[in-house]
Design a protein around this ligand. Structure first.
Ligand SMILES: Cc1cc2nc3c(=O)[nH]c(=O)nc-3n(C[C@H](O)[C@H](O)[C@H](O)COP(=O)(O)OP(=O)(O)OC[C@H]3O[C@@H](n4cnc5c(N)ncnc54)[C@H](O)[C@@H]3O)c2cc1C
Length: 569
């Protein structure tokens, strides 16, 4: 996948997608699979926005049964099955547990009933069957078993536990890259660091964008029969230029934050626990929220904390108040001192559309439904469609409906969507068995080869090819047990990595669970400098930018917060 802006400038496409998050990537992949001529531009790096900052759960929709929303449950379960089947190298089964208590909605009886209904409504067709990884079955466990799993977090009132399976997207950034690489292999023209500056508008019809290349400053036009605004939290902001709406009319957003704690808290399970009141009568906004503790790469992701946000997406940041409230919420779950600021290695932070009924309950929550808009219908502007999703899990099906609409709109040949049945780039890797049993010309440790197969699937062999050709690339990055130096060269030559941040946050997973150590960053910067011709000044600028993604606060010691300023700044 190469960055060639000459293929964009002055050309006309059937569809131009703005935004390289999971929604934009799926829409582009869907449209090229249907034979459309498609381009995609991303103002930062691919997947550097909300899509990098998820709790990584491909939800099966069990929770929507609480509101008797059968349609949403079915849709989520189907999409979860599709994720497991199109990207088995990246999406793995995750065992989940919620303790049961009382006689109401969280009781053993209520959860057993919910499992019964879930089994009956979730699709059991080809999708589930084709997923090679089988999810653990739904079952109710005893109070004793549940207490053993929860340890000191078990409340005396626990009567048992509800256990079920979800999908865990091990690397949400590489999932997006895999979709883009699939699409690029059959004709998508995609480029990162290209910003849509302005819509090209004539007689109330959008016919493309004026773009700026953020690496060179070049400005050029990209024309398209239809332009899709898939800019996530920016969706309403970017539209103001064509709709003329005031900033006050822009729907509010929600800050969403997950904490990464440097150890596994509940072995083998993602556990959902509700924060309880302080007991001293003091009202805390974050009590009453259900938090999930998700085991991931030897750490635990805890989420999700929400807080309303008004303002431009690029100005959003994690504030001390957010961390204080988050930690207070956790104090209502775990025994005092179980998690302190020192345990926090990192934060994943993004913005989501907000549920407008939030204020009544007092607890902010994300919007329940994706937003879709054909601006011809709403604003009388032709050639422009917007989508803003609320879940990573349902991005594929929302993109499918959007491309159905667009194909119809531009009079394209009727072709069914194939993203639900077509494996994405790297998928074949998951069938290749235990790395220890395979040929290993570069003598790469098994742990490294396993790490490669999870992140790259069948593309691992390509990375190993770099390692075999250049023995200095067959070593892991200084300070890392798993990340191969060859991954950096592969990321630059084959996946458009342009900066040190692209390499440590999105091509490799070196920096996504906490600061990897200065020696690691120096090593990566040295390799990138060799590939990209950086001088000493550029190297120190790149290092500084990455370090700024880990600022400290008065609450958290230095180097622990990722406010995701790096890709957006
Ligand atoms: C903390 C957190 C936890 C979450 N956990 C889960 C979970 O466990 N499961 C789940 O299903 N969902 C989860 N979500 C929700 C999910 O991550 C989002 O719904 C999804 O990633 C949104 O994707 P997107 O493509 O719409 O937005 P984004 O990923 O933000 O992509 C939009 C892109 O548009 C680009 N862009 C903006 N303006 C321009 C422009 N002018 N020109 C070019 N490009 C532009 C941006 O740079 C950005 O990369 C979570 C979200 C957060 C924040």
């Amino acid at each position: 996948m190469n960055r060639d802006t000459a293929l964009l400038a002055g050309k006309e496409y059937d569809l131009l997608v703005i935004g390289g998050g999971v929604y934009g990537a799926f829409a582009a992949w869907d449209a090229v699979l249907r034979g459309l001529k498609v381009a995609l531009v991303e103002k930062g790096d691919f997947a550097a926005g909300t899509s990098a900052n998820s709790l990584k759960i491909a939800h099966g929709g069990l929770r929507y049964l609480q509101n008797a929303d059968i349609a949403r449950t079915r849709e989520s379960a189907r999409e979860q099955g599709i994720f497991l089947s199109i990207a088995p190298h990246l999406v793995h089964p995750l065992r989940c547990l919620i303790p049961t208590e009382g006689f109401l909605t969280r009781s053993r009886c209520a959860m057993a009933c919910a499992f019964g209904i879930y089994g009956a409504v979730k699709p059991g067709g080809h999708v589930q069957a084709s997923a090679r990884a089988v999810l653990p079955p739904c079952r109710i466990i005893s109070g004793k078993e549940c207490r053993t799993i929860l340890g000191s977090a078990a409340k005396p009132s626990i009567t048992g536990g509800a256990v079920w399976g979800e999908g865990l997207v091990q690397n949400t950034e590489r999932f997006v890259l895999s979709i883009l690489r699939s699409a690029a292999s059959i004709g998508l023209v995609a480029a990162n660091y290209i910003e849509a500056k302005r819509f090209l508008l004539r007689e109330r019809r959008v016919f493309g964008i004026e773009a700026v290349d953020r690496l060179t400053g070049d400005r050029f036009e990209i024309r398209a029969r239809c332009t899709l605004n898939a800019t996530g939290p920016w969706a309403h902001h970017i539209l103001r230029q064509v709709t003329g709406r005031n900033p006050e009319e822009t729907p509010p957003l929600l800050k969403a934050i997950d904490l990464i704690v440097g150890r596994t808290l509940f072995d083998g399970y993602a556990v959902g626990l509700q924060s309880r009141p302080t007991g001293d009568g003091s009202a805390s906004k974050d009590r009453g929220r259900l938090y999930f503790f998700v085991p991931w790469r030897g750490t635990t992701m805890i989420g999700t904390y929400y807080a309303p946000y008004r303002g431009a997406p690029e100005s959003a940041s994690v504030e001390e108040k957010d961390i204080e409230e988050f930690l207070d919420g956790i104090r209502g779950i775990l025994p005092e001192g179980a998690i302190t600021a020192e345990d926090i290695r990192f934060l994943h932070f993004g913005l989501l559309p907000m549920n407008m009924t939030t204020d009544r309950s007092g607890v902010a929550s994300p919007a329940g439904k994706p937003w879709f808009c054909d601006h011809a219908r709403i604003d009388g502007i032709e050639g422009l469609v917007s989508i803003q999703g609320v879940k990573y899990t349902t991005s594929r099906v929302v993109a499918e409906r959007t491309v159905d609409h667009i194909s119809n709109k531009i009079g394209a040949r009727k072709t069914p969507c194939r993203t639900g049945t077509t494996a994405i780039f790297g998928e074949a890797g998951s069938e290749r068995g235990d790395p220890a049993e395979k040929e290993n010309p570069g003598n790469i440790p098994d742990a490294v080869r396993r790490h490669l197969e999870i992140n790259y699937g069948s593309e691992s062999s390509r990375i190993l090819g770099y390692a075999v050709a250049r023995p200095e690339l067959a070593r892991t990055v200084t300070g890392s047990q798993e990340v191969l130096r060859a991954e950096l060269v592969h990321g630059i030559r084959e996946e458009m990595a342009q900066s040190l941040g692209d390499l440590v946050f999105r091509r490799t997973d070196l920096g996504t669970a906490g600061h990897p150590g200065r020696e690691s960053l120096d090593d990566c910067a040295g390799i990138a400098a060799g590939e990209l011709g950086w001088d000493a000044q550029r190297i120190s600028r790149e290092l500084e930018k990455v370090e700024r993604s880990y600022p400290g606060t008065a609450i958290l010691p230095a180097r622990q917060i990722n406010t995701v300023t790096e890709p957006w700044s």
